[in-house]
Design a protein around this ligand. Structure first.
Ligand code: PLP
Length: 399
């Protein structure tokens, strides 16, 4: 028998951050009865988007950082229900490709509410977004600056600066960002090409568990901001990126405590300046508004271990387990009468690596039983593929 996975201890990961602030637990947004009705109507697997949960999350984050404009990172989930709900709340949007831009346009966002944050764009990505009216872009190296100078010289630019992202689960500075020591050099490169750099951006890494990471970066960036000002550059935008965490099997800091700590850091480092502050939350905004409904489609016993096969897996909505290192909790219906034991939960493709979890405690499952999976909003459906001819889960809005 394989022992259940011990839950990873949060204690080792979150430094100097109060325990009472870490009380955000993954929760499903619908009952099993509702899930049954929805799958009877729409089929399974099904991604259910709760607009009210998304709106609550958006305003909790916005209120925790007053004065910071939120550019939703469409990369996390370009689902039309999510984009149109955020558009209706007057949010902004961060796009990285013409595809994300078109999804945002369809949802109602106008190009003046968009920021294009990809630091290494194809010519056609840059041109298509420019021609549609997007005017804010990001660069982090001289080759990209030259590309922008050649194709779209009159845009506004943010210079992306690399960070260390000490407590983040996913490092986003391993690939992009100018080393902070080279900031002035990179500003000079852009100036020599007559480009208009209006500010800095950074990303502490995704699923950041300690707001102190942001505060440390902010202190360093304030120093180079001063150096740049002394050198005659006029900067007016600071973009603190994404990274805001969400709960999975592990709980997460509350939005209020996390955003509040960042906001205090912003006041301490940039509070004396009259500049525009923006953030690009992806995961932190959209994770909790989506619940996956998946159905048991098969059972077997292999080497003494019960196996349960479900109709969504690693190539589908659980792709976040591969690409995003997330461990999604599973919820099943049990009135207490069914004994719980360890089992393997496997996805629907013919690939042996398509295992949702190896050591899940579940009651005996029957064909057709539903499993609800909360926190499926970010980097789950967005990276799903129709491998093996199995369509990706549909998404609907409910609640
Ligand atoms: C992925 C990404 C985001 C969103 O990150 P989250 O961790 O999901 O908040 C924001 N900005 C940029 C540039 C990104 O690449």
């Amino acid at each position: 028998m394989i022992a259940p996975l011990p839950l990873r201890s949060f204690e080792n990961e979150v430094r100097d951050f109060p325990a009472e602030a870490r009380q955000r637990v993954a929760q499903v947004n619908l009952t099993f009865e509702q899930a049954q009705q929805l799958t009877d109507e729409h089929g399974s697997p099904l991604l259910v988007v709760s607009k009210s949960k998304l709106i609550d999350t958006y305003w909790a984050m916005k209120n925790s950082m007053p004065g910071v404009d939120l550019y939703y990172a469409a990369k996390a989930n370009p689902d039309r229900h999510i984009l149109s709900t955020l558009c209706a709340e007057n949010a902004y949007v961060d796009v990285c490709s013409a595809g994300e831009m078109h999804a945002a346009l369809v949802a109602g966002f106008t190009p003046d509410r968009m920021l294009h944050t990809h630091p290494c764009k194809t010519d056609s990505n840059l041109l298509e977004c420019y021609e549609a009216g997007v005017r804010w872009f990001v660069y982090d190296n001289p080759i990209e600056a030259a590309k922008i100078a050649r194709l779209t010289p009159d845009v506004n630019l943010l210079l992306r600066i690399a960070t260390t992202g000490a407590s983040s689960k996913i490092n986003l500075s391993a690939k992009f960002g100018t080393p902070i020591e080279e900031t002035l050099e990179m500003l000079a490169v852009a100036k020599s090409m007559n480009l208009n750099v209006r500010g800095f951006s950074f990303h502490v890494g995704s699923q950041c568990l300690n707001p102190e990471d942001y505060c440390g970066v902010l202190r360093n960036i304030r120093q180079v901001w001063e150096d740049a000002r002394s050198a005659g550059y006029r900067l007016e935008v600071l973009d603190i990126g994404g990274g805001f965490p969400a709960p999975y099997r592990d709980d997460a800091p509350t939005i209020e405590s996390f955003g509040g700590a960042i906001w205090t850091g912003l006041q301490e480092t940039f509070g004396d300046l009259d500049i525009r502050l923006i953030a690009e939350p992806g995961r932190g905004l959209c994770t909790e508004c989506v619940t996956l409904i998946t159905k048991v489609i098969g059972k077997s016993t292999r080497w003494g271990m019960p196996w349960v096969y479900v109709d969504d897996g690693l190539y589908g909505s659980f792709s976040g387990k591969m690409f995003d290192h997330t461990d999604f909790p599973l919820f099943v219906q049990n009135d207490g009468s069914r004994e719980v034991g360890p089992c393997v939960v496997a996805g629907p493709t013919c690939d042996s690596s398509d295992i949702v979890c190896r050591d899940q405690m579940l009651p005996e499952m029957e064909l057709g039983d539903l499993i609800l999976v909360p926190s499926m909003g970010a980097y789950a459906g967005a990276s799903a593929s129709p491998f093996n001819g199995l369509p990706v889960a549909r998404s609907i809005s409910f609640g």
